[in-house]
Design a protein around this ligand. Structure first.
Ligand code: SF4
Length: 57
């Protein structure tokens, strides 16, 4: 299966150092991801995180 076939086009992502990134395209390969926040009162995009991130070693 190619990287492109693994892309989930419902989840765009540019974090290509994540193990779940499609690499050849800016999409995630997971069927679903968990999004959360590290802030007590999130007010802008940088306040939220993909909690499914896994460092690609
Ligand atoms: S798990 Fe999150 S950070 Fe990793 S590729 Fe998918 S959307 Fe991006």
């Amino acid at each position: 299966m190619s990287q492109n076939e693994r892309s989930n086009r419902c989840i765009g992502c540019t974090v290509d150092n994540c193990a779940h990134h499609a690499k050849s395209e800016n999409y995630c390969t997971l069927h679903q991801v968990s999004i959360g926040t590290h802030e007590s009162d999130p007010t802008e995009p940088k306040c939220v995180d993909c909690e499914s991130f896994s460092l690609d070693r």
